[in-house]
Design a protein around this ligand. Structure first.
Ligand code: SF4
Ligand code: MSK
Length: 660
């Protein structure tokens, strides 16, 4: 097994566990990434490959070469990208569909353990969709919302209902460009049809359909997922939490929930508080039950319940390697098949729960919302039974970092304007005055081809120093949390003076945790509200804002990037350009899309270059709005005085402190 060749992580907790894995000969995604040579044709670097029919596969590696059917590099690149966008949109939207069915079961009284926890959100969602509320019961309104959501998946004509909450100018662009999504499922199916052999063979035309599909996710499936989760489990507000492997407990039963959907994990949150189950854990020799999350499930339960997070995407194998996990309970998305292999060296039981996901070697306990609490309790009991099988552990206790997650757009509105004057005006004014130079969203995954968290933190720390406010979701947000950037004043020594003043006045951390990756829909809502508030133009594309995914790996990230571009944002993705071999498609995503949608998608590998392009774009948008030129010294000492270091000690010294 190859020793990891690049520094695997900037996190000393991760590096220490990986050293142990190497010592024990246990493979991880880090060691496999070091062993693998990624296919340069499959990743678009030195060619492009089509396997859409069985005359091929056709690998184009020379300029001007075409497939057996005559398909050009542009067509093949566009088809591959469109299929990836459709898969990403399908994943997030299907998550929304399942929540809609749970909401329906709540309305009909068939969902054990669930209820409408946030009636205010229920009323606001009803208003967005024109559902009457006057004189009606919560049950009746809930049923109408659930039916409305379910109907939007199979809708064949017209347009999705959420489009009407976008700024009017944006809605007009969607209509004019023919990208207003008609129905969520229809758009995904149409991409599969169009990209079948012998169908759509014009790159721009294919990518217009891909854009419409991505918008059906951002302004459809994902937005429904976010809003229904808030109705059922509560709209997030700031909580105190903890991030990283140090949140695991030496003397308690540790259960990890991993994946994306909050439906089962919320029930497990309830189950672990059951006095009978706690007593059961004690009867097995433990001092209690400790629940923690990984990936976006952890964002869901951390921002609503303050449940700690054991970390982001690349921490999933590492958590099992601590030897301290009794059960890892997974549902859908971003779950590595390697978990069962790593778990085979320990006592950890990997439990799959979704009817859509089984993993060979894992225990399958199928989730059903009609008996959710019973199922959750049975899983917790199993984990308690497994405690007696635990061997030696290695928990990097000091890695646990305090965080304050849970800044929904509703809560930001309230923080900025108070209960009676809720508004985004103070934020707009802070940008207009130059205290805040602009806003960047740092989102997306980890990728074992890069040093874990490094690109996220290089980008975040440099932008904060330049007075750029960061909003963050998904695994990017968990990265920020690990290094102390989600914790109010603790992070403010790393921030430019103008931004620092705003953070201190409002009482917010410099990086705002907005939730899971499905909650990128919250960013769309914030940008829409900023645009309609006034002072920063009248469309999302006018706002000095940029979207960044420096360590992306999933197809969902491509769908998110596309719907953000379609909503008017400039999006920069790191890692590599999957359509590099096709200049035509690279140009469509940037130049053509900018002309049509006001937003563009670019792939930039180096963090330094990402920062440079972000600041240039923000300054360009400021100039277009005739705002004062950003001056780092105007509101205090130069932004350069802020420290960019996210660690006080070198990595090796921290590892030594953590693992002795
Ligand atoms: Fe080759 Fe065309 Fe078939 Fe693709 S669709 S595999 S390019 S023959
Ligand atoms: S979990 S999609 S690794 S953000 Fe949403 Fe993280 Fe990316 Fe999965």
């Amino acid at each position: 097994m190859a020793k990891v060749s690049i520094v695997p992580s900037i996190d000393p907790a991760a590096c220490g566990i990986l050293d142990y894995a190497t010592e024990m000969g246990i493979q991880t995604s880090f060691s496999r990434a070091a062993d693998f040579k990624p296919c340069t044709i499959g990743n678009g670097q030195s060619g492009i490959c089509c396997k859409n029919c069985y005359m091929g596969p056709c690998r184009l590696t020379k300029d001007g070469q075409v497939g057996i059917c005559g398909a050009t590099a542009d067509t093949i690149a566009a088809r591959n990208l469109a299929r990836a966008i459709a898969a990403g949109a399908a994943a997030h939207s299907d998550h929304g569909r399942d929540l809609a069915f749970t909401l329906h079961a709540v309305a009909t009284g068939e969902a054990q353990g669930y209820e409408v926890r946030d009636e205010a959100k229920l009323y606001s969602v009803a208003a967005k969709h024109g559902i009457p509320t006057k004189g009606r019961t919560v049950k009746e309104i809930t049923l109408d919302i659930a039916n409305k959501a379910i109907s939007e998946f199979g809708q064949q004509r017209g347009q999705l209902s959420y489009l009407s909450v976008a700024p009017p100018k944006r809605q007009a662009i969607w209509k004019e460009q023919g990208v207003a999504p008609r129905g969520i499922d229809r758009e995904v199916v149409e991409i599969l049809h169009r990209t079948h052999m012998g169908d759509d063979q014009d790159a721009s035309h294919i990518l217009t359909a891909a854009m419409r599909t991505s918008l059906s996710d951002g302004w459809g499936g994902s937005m429904w997922a976010t809003d229904i989760s808030d109705i059922l489990f509560g709209t997030p507000s700031p909580k105190v939490g903890e991030v990283n492997l140090g949140c695991l407990e030496e003397k308690q039963v540790n259960i990890i929930v991993h994946g994306h959907e909050p439906t089962l994990s919320e029930m497990i949150v309830t189950a672990v508080q059951d006095p009978e189950l706690i007593a059961y854990a004690v009867s097995k020799g433990a001092e209690g039950i400790n629940l923690a999350g990984i990936c976006c499930t952890s964002n869901e339960v951390m921002m609503r319940q303050g449940i700690p997070s054991a970390g982001n995407f690349l921490n999933q194998e590492l958590a099992i390697l601590t030897g301290a996990i009794e059960a890892m309970v997974v549902d859908v998305q971003c779950i590595m098949q390697s978990l069962t292999g790593v778990a085979s060296h320990f006592h950890t039981e990997v439990i799959t729960t979704s009817p859509k996901v089984k993993i060979t070697g894992a225990t399958h306990i199928e989730f059903d919302e009609h008996h959710a609490l019973d199922i959750a309790k049975s899983i917790v009991k199993r984990a308690c039974d497994n405690y007696v099988n635990r061997g030696e552990t290695r928990i990097p206790k000091s890695s646990a970092q305090a965080v304050v997650p849970g800044f929904s757009h509703e809560y930001l509105n309230y923080m900025l304007g108070g209960f009676y004057r809720q508004s985004f005006r103070p934020l707009n004014e802070a940008i207009a005055s130059g205290r805040i130079r602009g806003v960047a969203a740092d989102v997306g995954c980890n990728n074992p081809g890069l040093t874990q968290d490094k690109a996220h933190m290089d980008v975040i720390s440099a932008l904060l120093k330049n007075d750029v406010l960061i909003v963050s979701t998904g695994c990017g947000a968990l990265a920020a949390g690990k290094y102390g950037y989600l914790l109010g004043e603790a992070g403010l020594d790393k921030v430019g003076p103008g931004l620092r003043e705003i953070c201190e006045t409002i009482g917010i951390p410099p990086v705002l945790h907005l939730g899971s990756c499905v909650d990128n829909s919250r960013i769309l809502t914030i940008l829409s509200q900023m645009a309609t508030e006034g002072g920063l133009g009248d469309d999302i594309s006018d706002i000095p804002a940029v979207g960044l995914a420096p360590e992306w790996m999933s197809e969902k990230a491509l769908a998110i990037a596309s719907y953000c571009v379609g909503s008017g944002a400039y999006v920069i993705m790191g890692v590599r350009n999957p359509v590099y071999f096709s200049d035509g498609v690279t140009d469509i995503l940037s130049k053509e899309w900018e002309g049509r949608f006001g937003g563009k998608l670019e792939f930039v590998v180096e963090a330094e270059e990402i920062v440079k392009k972000t600041l240039e774009h923000i300054d360009k948008k400021r100039a277009a709005l005739k705002l004062p030129v950003y001056d780092a010294n105007h509101f205090g000492a130069s932004g350069d005085a802020a420290t960019e270091a996210y660690f006080e000690l070198p990595l090796e010294e921290q590892m030594a402190e953590m693992y002795g």
